[in-house]
Ligand binder design. Structure first.
Ligand SMILES: NC(=O)c1ccc[n+]([C@@H]2O[C@H](COP(=O)([O-])OP(=O)(O)OC[C@H]3O[C@@H](n4cnc5c(N)ncnc54)[C@H](OP(=O)(O)O)[C@@H]3O)[C@@H](O)[C@H]2O)c1
Length: 319
């Protein structure tokens, strides 16, 4: 079991790593050392500075380093968890190498989404660097027999599933969705998902549990788009005007974005293909039952809270 853990990319306010950090520090007694990697060459803002001060004041360690690739920062940790966002995922092999050199033997790569081994996911642009990271871990495992990892899979985070990036115009109660009204996806709230993740850190790496190369599949429910819009309508009190589009037409959009060099547009088009083909439906069996003490909120409860939150205007484009 892990005693000393280092979180990379978990300081950014509102990021998934931030949710995990908040759950983790509620009961730190399980660990002897919890630290946060602060890449000092990365941009910072007042919110990030304040968060660093808050973590320090609560007694958590901040490891300042000018890049992710120097082993020193990873010394003394059993487990490194990466929460890097889409644009930082390509850095994970270098992080893994540096951490291995420092003696780390377990990684949580920044997965936290669909099962990338399912359907056509493995070859999609959106997952390029998640795939590369898994391949890198496999290659390293040939040299280092005690190397381990945890793939923590959840489908989609409910709060993120209805934002403009995925075709939702909440301000005008409209949506353009690639796929059909019966298309499904697996959803769980960010906070519940973070809670489950923290519990996985407490499970032993023994063969009686899941061993040292683990995959957890933990989600909440598999609603269709029709069900999601019914919920959104109850939550917002407005009827959504939804247009369903041919999934495969996103291939052209992806190709155009690639030519123009617009990476965000390329990722968005790639995600439409994944989503429209039900690539974010998390295959069963799920591992929720390992942690019966957690009772995840349903989609409606989660969206009610999210739309009532301070950040809703920003996150849901309601301004
Ligand atoms: N399944 C879902 O629905 C869902 C939803 C959201 C996220 N996720 C997953 O959760 C993980 C984190 O995503 P996120 O949206 O929370 O990430 P994010 O907010 O975009 O980024 C998290 C952190 O990564 C670091 N970072 C970002 N871009 C970087 C770059 N170009 N170079 C170096 N570092 C960079 C930053 O850390 P610093 O601030 O320290 O520089 C940032 O705060 C990803 O694997 C993502 O796929 C899944």
């Amino acid at each position: 079991m892990f005693k000393s853990i280092l979180l990379v990319g978990a300081i950014g306010v509102g990021s998934f790593g931030d949710y995990v950090a908040h759950e983790l520090i509620k009961d730190p007694t399980h660990f002897t050392r919890i630290a946060f990697f602060n890449n000092i060459s990365r941009p910072t803002d007042e919110a990030k500075k304040a968060r660093i001060q808050e973590l320090k004041a609560q007694g958590f360690e901040i490891i300042d380093a000018a890049d992710y690739a120097s082993p020193k920062a990873y010394e003394g940790f059993d487990c490194v968890l990466s929460f890097l966002g889409n644009h930082g995922l390509y850095l994970q092999p270098a992080i893994i190498d540096a951490a291995i050199e420092a003696g780390v033997r377990h990684f949580y790569p920044s997965e936290y989404g669909a099962d990338i081994t399912e359907g056509q996911n493995w070859t999609q642009r959106y997952y390029k660097y998640k795939v590369q990271t898994r391949e890198h871990l496999d290659a390293k495992a040939q040299e280092i027999p005690d190397l381990g990892w945890t793939y923590y899979l959840l489908g989609r985070l409910t709060e993120w599933s209805v934002i403009s990036h995925f075709g939702f115009d909440n301000k005008n109660a409209k949506a353009k969705i690639y796929g059909t009204s019966s298309g499904r996806q697996s959803l769980i709230s960010a906070q519940d998902s973070a809670r489950y993740l923290v519990e996985t850190l407490k499970e032993p790496l023994s063969p009686q549990a899941k061993g040292r190369r683990r995959t957890y599949r933990i989600s909440g429910s598999d609603p269709t788009y029709a069900e999601i819009f019914e919920i959104l309508e109850r939550v917002t009190g407005r009827k959504y005007d939804v247009t369903y589009l041919d999934v495969e037409s996103a291939k052209q959009e992806e190709a155009q974005a690639k030519v123009s060099g617009d990476i965000d547009a390329e990722l968005a088009a790639s995600h439409k293909l994944i989503q429209g083909r039900e690539g974010t439906l998390l295959p069963r069996p799920w591992d929720n039952d390992r942690f019966p003490q957690i009772h995840p909120k349903n989609v409606e409860e989660t969206l009610r809270e999210a739309f009532a939150s301070e950040r809703a205007k920003l996150v849901y484009g309601l301004e």
